[in-house]
Each structure stands twice: as C-alpha cells, then as structure tokens.
Design a protein around this ligand. Structure first.
Ligand code: 0WE
Length: 258
C-alpha cells in the first residue's frame, strides 16, 4: 500500500478557485501537492497578487488567469495546461458567485440577471471546465466540485445559490454519465459551513456556524483541511469505483432531522 506521501505521484491537477489562504481550493491544493501531485492554478486576474505567493508555495508549474464566465478563458486555461503537461489527471472546481443582494431577503425577488449570473459562474463553469479538461485526461481522471446542503434543503438567505448548487449537483451526475466510459470520474463534496472568503461578510453566518455545530453528530464545524482530505480520497485511485456522487463532509449534519 502506498503512503499518502506519494498517493498522487506523477498526477497533474488543475485547481480553480483559490482567492486566499482561507479558500477551500487552497487547502485542497496543499493536500494534493503533499500527496505528490503537480499543481496548476487558474485564478481571477484581480486576485493575482494574493494568489501568486500561494502558487509558489504549491510549486505550481501552471498559473493562469481565468474568468470562468468566459468560454475562451476556460479554454485557454486548459490549452496552457496541455502545452505544459500534455495530459491532466485531476480537475478541482471550487468557484461560486451570486450577487450579495441575492443572498438575503426573499428568493422570490431574485432578478433574472442575478439568477443567470449565479448559475453561470457556480454551475455552468463546471460543465465548460469538464469539456476543456476531458480531452487531456487520456488515462482517465477525476473531476471534483464543491457543493452545499442548500442544494437539497432550503437554508435561510442561501436563496439563488441553493438553486445554483442543485444545478451543479445535477451537472455532476450528467457529466459522470458522459465521461464514465473514458474512465473519468465526476463527484462533488457537499461541505458543511466554514468561514471562507466566500462566506465572510454573510450576515448571521457566525450564528449559523454555532447552530450547525450544535446539531451535527460530531458537535463541531468542519475545516478546510477536512474537506481537503476527502478531496484527496475522491481524486485518488482509492475512489476508483465512485462517480456521480455527492459526498457530505459536514460532521454528519445532513443525516439529522432536528
Ligand atoms: O456557497 C457558499 C457561498 C457562496 C457565495 C458567497 C458570496 C458572498 C459574497 C457566493 N456568492 C457570494 N457573493 C458575495 O458577494 N457557501 C456554502 C457559504 C454560505 O453562503 C451563505 C450561506 C453559506 C453556508 C449565504 C447565505 C446563507 C448561508
């Protein structure tokens, strides 16, 4: 049995969604790098100065700016990775966005443009990434997206992001069917709430963290590292029989009814 130290030796991973050191994508990058994977990052250009030092720590051999609302930029990210590496084994999607004003108040008031934006950035981008990554996964591969329980149950204020995550989870299943014959697995992690760049500044978030910890069987909140360890499993050959799956990393919260 190989050790975690070389579980991903010789594998190459493209990671989308590092904003800073609290990003889930950053923890996953560290975990995959520690397991021996070669890392490539695609980041939002305005975040370059924050991301480049992290790219350096991951010894990233690819670092490419990418606005995931643009097909050409997603295509370019995989063109750059393909030119550098020739092949790809792992894709990590840890990207989401909704307008701030659409994450409070009544869901029924979500404007068409806010709905479009949330589903475009948070769900469609995974489809476009899968299309770019699949041709590079010549020996098969693993694609992973991040979801949240708000996809399947209503969570106050999560609103249009819940609809976007429901869409993302469905995309995982359809992509798993399309790509399965090419030995490409597609899964999502549904993470419990964590304080990250995306969750900071959401009103009532701290209260929510406390309530979740109280109700969760494990009586605590999860960490980015908890997510990253499950991500390592799903990206590795240990999960060779797992695809189309939504894997909860939430200290058991989702199995409770009260
Ligand atoms: O998916 C998320 C957060 C996604 C997110 C967060 C923001 C905040 C800043 C997407 N877009 C934006 N846009 C912004 O302008 N989570 C799972 C974390 C989260 O966000 C919530 C939650 C939880 C949990 C929002 C409301 C209620 C609960």
């Amino acid at each position: 049995m190989e050790s975690i130290g070389n579980m991903l030796a010789g594998k190459r991973a493209m990671i989308f969604g590092i904003a800073n050191e609290r990003s889930i994508a950053w923890s996953i990058g560290k975990q995959l790098h520690e397991a021996g994977a070669e890392i490539g990052l695609a980041y939002l250009e305005p975040l370059k100065d924050r991301v480049m030092p992290l790219a350096e720590k991951l010894e990233a051999s690819v670092a490419v700016p990418c606005d995931v609302s643009k097909d050409e930029e997603i295509e370019n990210a995989f063109k750059v990775a393909g030119e550098k590496w020739g092949s790809l084994d792992i894709l990590v999607h840890a990207v989401a966005f909704a307008n701030r004003e659409d994450l409070e108040g009544r869901f029924v008031d979500t404007p068409r443009e806010g709905f479009r934006l949330a589903l475009d950035i948070s769900a469609y981008s995974f489809v476009a990434m899968a299309r770019g990554a699949a041709p590079l996964m010549k020996e098969g591969g693993s694609m992973l997206a991040m979801s949240y329980y708000g996809a399947v149950k209503t969570i106050p204020n999560y609103n249009v992001m819940g609809v976007a995550k429901a869409t993302l989870e469905s995309c995982v299943r359809y992509l798993a069917v399309d790509l399965g014959a090419d030995n490409i697995r597609v899964n999502a992690i549904s993470a419990g709430p964590i304080k990250t760049p995306a969750s900071s500044g959401i009103k009532g978030f701290k209260t929510m963290l406390g309530a979740c910890a109280d109700r969760a069987p494990m009586k605590k909140n999860i960490t980015q590292e908890d997510v990253a360890k499950s991500a390592l499993y799903l990206c590795s050959d240990l999960a060779c029989g797992v695809t189309g799956e939504i894997h909860y990393v939430d200290n058991g919260f989702n199995v409770t009814g009260m």
